[in-house]
Design a protein around this ligand. Structure first.
Ligand code: DC
Length: 237
């Protein structure tokens, strides 16, 4: 079963997704890391992140491996490098190119298939585009000031002015939600959870309840289909 956890930065998505994966014994894919690794490759190759054709060329032959939170790009551990401010500043521009998205989405689907087809997958478009049939879809939100305060505590934003962090988050939201291809938005069947006044444990507990209901639904559907196939089987004369 795929559990899709979408939402903007600073809502607690990664922490919730990791905890959930631990509790359920499932692998966890942070799809933001896939776009960040692609962006790092683009920046290193020296091309302009807004030039779609050049970006696609720069990504040719990219070897990206992600496991247990470690990101290896072309044989090099870039787990920390993909969190650098230059990457954060360019990632939404790189991620807006449709050809980039189609390649990265294929890579994400392959990752889940290679990990047995069941995973907790976090991102911006998981419930809408990457796994539209996900058994559970959650879209996390939080008030802008809460998100900025949470982000300001992240190592990534260490030493930055809180106002600057808030402005960067707003700018990334504008690009991520405003892009033409697979903009960030809740899927029509996603459960939207405002995490502003909730602790991580409370959010995890809410999502676990959704997972249990989805499991019960799929067991009932399985029983019904077995019943149908046994009752419509060949009849003896
Ligand atoms: O979750 P994050 O901050 O690491 O994501 C970095 C960027 O990657 C985000 O600003 C937009 C892009 N992204 C995306 O376009 N689609 C996803 N599923 C995940 C991330």
């Amino acid at each position: 079963m795929v559990i899709a956890i979408d939402g903007p930065g600073g809502v607690g998505k990664s922490t919730v997704a990791r905890r959930l994966a631990d509790r359920l014994g499932l692998p966890h894919l942070d799809t933001g890391a896939t776009y960040r690794a692609a962006t790092l490759r683009v920046l290193r190759s020296g091309v302009d992140p807004s030039d779609g054709a050049a970006v696609v060329e720069a990504l040719e032959g990219m070897d990206l491996r992600i496991d247990d939170g470690t990101v290896v790009l072309d044989g090099e551990d870039v787990t920390d490098a993909i969190r650098a401010p230059e990457v954060t500043a360019a990632v939404s521009t790189v991620a807006a190119h449709p050809e980039v998205r189609s390649r990265i989405v294929a890579l994400q689907r392959r990752w889940v298939a290679d990990h047995g087809g069941a995973a907790v997958v976090e991102g911006r478009d998981i419930g809408t585009v990457v796994f539209p049939d996900a058994a559970v879809k959650v879209f996390l939100t939080a008030r802008p000031e809460v998100r900025a305060a949470r982000r300001a505590r992240d190592a990534e934003a260490a030493g930055k002015d809180p106002g600057e962090v808030a402005a960067e988050l707003a700018e990334r939201d504008r690009k991520d939600a405003g892009r033409r291809v697979s903009p960030m938005r809740p899927a029509p069947d996603a459960v939207v959870v405002d995490t502003s006044d909730l602790g991580i444990d409370e959010v995890v507990a809410q999502v676990l309840e959704l997972v249990e209901s989805a499991q019960a639904r799929s067991e009932r559907a399985e029983e019904a289909s077995q019943f149908r196939s046994s009752s419509t089987g060949p009849r003896r004369p």
